[in-house]
Write a protein that binds this ligand. Structure first.
Ligand SMILES: Nc1ncnc2c1ncn2[C@@H]1O[C@H](COP(=O)(O)OP(=O)(O)OP(=O)(O)O)[C@@H](O)[C@H]1O
Ligand SMILES: [Mg+2]
Length: 466
């Protein structure tokens, strides 16, 4: 039976000035900006706040903090330990989880595995808007997954999906760009559609206590579904990242209302699906460590875990006046500042050299504690002297060349011991806290970058600060 045609329920609003038009316009007649008109739903009444849905239609009153009940979050294990870790210890009931990532990275595979595990004890619905049910079935066969509690649905209309959600505890939407709501006339995947569908799913999740996993594609600009329209609605936003040629992938929490947003999960992509990697430190260390000049290792804290990560640098002389600086996994500005510190404070010349830096394994290092290892790697490359294989470093470097203390010093030293290091160079102010490890690892406190270079025998020219 053909679907009933409804009266127009949407309008077009300029995202810059708020001008409202009944039809789409390329240029806003009010502010004159191009391509700013976005479709929005016309609401005749205000939406019910999520806290009141299904509870009471009475006016809510402000309450003192002491009188507010404390709801403990119920967490369910997903069957994939790294996935649970990134979520902050398991899946929270009634939450909205967005999983973003490049095409073909393994988003559907990961969530199919999670769904199949959850289906052993719960009722799970997998809405495949992009692939046919037989394609999903084929994937399940390949991954060796089978469960009668796992329902598959090949549907793109959100209103039809809503009716199927009844009675399910976990729902996977693959993907949010492929579904549409009938209340908007714009095409599936447009900013208006994605925003409206996500808002409807959010109301559904909170009112029925259903957990939604929503897959989102990363757009050309690298944002999820356009201008980050989804992220503020979601409880948790995860990005699945990795180089196509690498076997392992990183799952990174970008936002998490129920745990740390610094968590990183390490996965391996195998024929039989996505697997957690527990010995993750080995991934970020190379085999040539200690042989070639230009590499240094630092224990990096990310979420609740510490990982030893190798930083590699390459320096090549250039005849051009403006040498190149290229950084992967390390902030570009940080690199430029540290090069200036080494040049000015330690007399190592970089003005006539291109500098390339890379954090191994595609990990991103954002902490200040990696500064010292970056300086060591740069000085090692510049002086062509390899750093001992069993030495790790951490510490923040100031503009005057002083080494400042960092957080989680004990945890970092402990990680170095676990990974088999014999010596760790650390800020002098962190030494006291780590003194208890002195019998297991040699602790070398330093106050200036120059001291670190001396300890590592990286010969330096006459510097201004010792
Ligand atoms: N038969 C197979 N054997 C081994 N690995 C496979 C096989 N088929 C697919 N894969 C792996 O699974 C990956 C694709 O996984 P998946 O479809 O889950 O990605 P996706 O992120 O959902 O992609 P899309 O953006 O297209 O939806 C491929 O990159 C490949 O590495
Ligand atoms: Mg997919």
């Amino acid at each position: 039976m053909p679907k009933q045609i409804k009266a127009p329920t949407s309008q077009f609003v300029c995202s810059t000035c708020g001008y409202v038009a009944p039809k789409w316009l390329g240029k806003c007649p009010d502010c004159g900006n191009f391509n700013t008109m976005q479709e929005e739903l016309v609401r005749t009444e205000q939406p019910t706040p999520t806290a009141r849905v299904g509870v009471s239609q009475m006016k809510t009153r402000a309450l003192p903090l002491s009188q507010i009940g404390f709801a403990k979050y119920e967490r369910v294990k997903s069957g994939i330990s790294e996935f649970d870790t990134v979520l902050g210890g398991g899946i929270v009931r009634g939450s909205l989880v967005l999983l973003g990532g490049d095409p073909g990275i393994g988003k559907s595979t990961l969530l199919t595995q999670v769904s199949a595990h959850l289906a052993s004890t719960h009722k799970v619905l997998y809405v495949s808007a992009e692939e046919s049910c037989s394609q999903v079935k084929m994937r399940c066969e390949r991954l060796g997954l089978n469960s009668d509690n796992l329902l598959l649905l090949n549907e793109t209309c959100l209103e039809d999906i809503e009716t199927e959600v009844d009675g399910c505890e976990f729902v996977v939407i693959d993907s949010v760009q492929a579904i549409y709501t009938e209340s908007l006339s714009s095409a599936a995947g447009s900013v208006g559609q994605v925003r409206e569908c996500a808002a409807k799913l959010m109301r559904l999740a909170k009112s029925k206590n259903v957990t939604f996993f929503i897959i989102g594609h990363v757009t050309k600009e690298g944002a999820l579904a356009g201008p980050k329209v989804l992220e503020h609605i979601m409880d948790t936003v995860l990005y699945f990242e990795g180089e196509p040629q690498d076997n392992f992938k990183l799952l990174r929490a970008v936002k998490n209302r129920f745990g740390s947003a610094q968590e990183v999960g390490v996965f391996e992509m195998t024929d039989s699906g996505v697997k957690s990697v527990s010995d993750y430190s080995a991934l970020f260390l190379s085999e040539t460590r200690g042989l070639a000049a230009g590499s240094a290792v630092t224990p990096s804290e990310s979420g609740n875990r510490c990982m030893s990560v190798e930083i590699q640098t390459l320096i090549s002389r250039t005849p051009f006046g403006a040498p190149r600086r290229l950084s992967l996994g390390v902030d570009y500005n940080k690199l430029v500042v540290l090069i200036a510190v080494l040049e000015k404070r330690c007399g190592i010349p970089f003005y006539n050299a291109d500098v390339y830096i890379n954090a191994m394994g595609g990990i991103k290092l954002g902490e200040p504690s990696v500064d010292l290892a970056i300086c060591a790697a740069l000085a090692s490359a510049a002086t062509d002297t390899p750093i001992d294989k069993y030495t790790a470093l951490f510490g923040e470097v100031g503009l005057t060349g002083e080494i400042r203390p960092v957080t989680y010093a004990e945890k970092r030293v402990n990680e170095c011991i676990k990974t088999g290091f014999k010596r760790v160079i650390l800020p002098a102010k962190n030494l006291k806290a780590c003194a208890k490890y002195a019998d297991k690892i040699e602790l070398v406190p330093v106050q200036y970058v120059g001291q670190m270079l001396k300890t590592l025998n990286l010969k330096q020219n006459k510097g201004e600060t010792e």
